[in-house]
Design a protein around this ligand. Structure first.
Ligand code: BGC
Length: 256
């Protein structure tokens, strides 16, 4: 199977976006298509959406899927922002069976991070990098010398004096829920990143997810030692990274 072009997908709390990607250049080969995430995001409901995407693009090749949970070799292990019936489900097998195509699943922030390390704001940077994606939840990806430490779940850390996961107060969903100005949300986000910085000491922090397009509205609130950059691929990083990861992992599986 030709793995030069892969259908990249980004499964999020509010929408499931997809586009065919040229894996070498990271360019989208067609307009991105978005289907709202079903209210009850069970394995069956999401498999039906993946099939809709395959039909929309008349896709016959490999698929890479960024998924908002810990994913180990295709098996979903957590479910903070999706239906809890996902836990223990092998997403690779489920989506492959539903579409008849090879599918590779990985954590959504890891996917976005991979795209940024290969083709975006982290390209060529050999030091310690923290990628933070901000949407319904907060996702994280850690890299050193361009290599990923997978499934870090740093949106679930408790900030000093708080009784809930950091993503409950500092995600984009929290900004909307609490009707915060970008200024006030920026303060919360800075508190979150400061804690991350004091624990992990990254040299570069890359901000992905929907808020990456709005950096000019809150950048002035970020008072950090590390260099801070928005994801160069903006909100498309998840789609592109999922396609890149699928090529790497499926190449071995399909040829092995
Ligand atoms: C999940 C992570 C995910 C992040 C962003 C969190 O709630 O636990 O796995 O990367 O949301 O979607």
């Amino acid at each position: 199977m030709n793995l030069k072009n892969v259908l990249g997908m980004d499964i999020g709390g509010s929408g499931i976006k997809a586009a065919p990607v040229n894996v070498k250049t990271g360019k989208l080969l067609d307009e991105k298509y978005r289907i709202p995430t079903p209210d009850k995001s069970t394995p069956e409901a999401l498999a039906a959406v993946i099939v809709q995407h395959v039909k929309h693009f008349k896709w016959k090749g490999a698929i890479g899927c960024g998924f908002p949970a810990v994913v180990q070799n295709g098996v979903v292990c957590t479910a903070a922002n999706i239906d809890s019936s996902w836990i223990g489900t092998n997403g690779n097998k489920l989506f492959s069976k539903a579409t008849g195509l090879p599918v590779w699943l990985l954590n959504d922030a890891d996917a976005a991070g991979l795209a940024e390390i290969k083709l975006g704001a982290g390209a060529g940077f050999k030091g310690a990098i923290l990628v933070v994606t901000v949407g319904t939840g907060i996702g994280s990806a850690l890299f050193v010398k361009g290599r990923l430490y997978p499934n870090s779940e740093l949106g679930h850390i408790f900030l000093k004096g708080q009784q809930k996961d950091a993503e409950y107060t500092a995600s984009d969903a929290a900004r909307k829920r609490d009707d915060l100005s970008w200024d006030s949300w920026g303060e919360r986000f800075n508190a979150y990143l400061t804690t991350m910085e004091n624990l992990f000491w990254p040299e570069l922090i890359i901000i992905g997810g929907g808020v990456s397009k709005k950096m000019d509205k809150f950048r002035h609130q970020l008072k950090l030692r590390a260099k801070v950059e928005p994801a160069l691929l903006l909100n498309e990083a998840g789609i592109v990274g999922a396609a890149i990861a699928a090529r790497v992992y499926l190449k071995n599986l399909l040829n092995g």
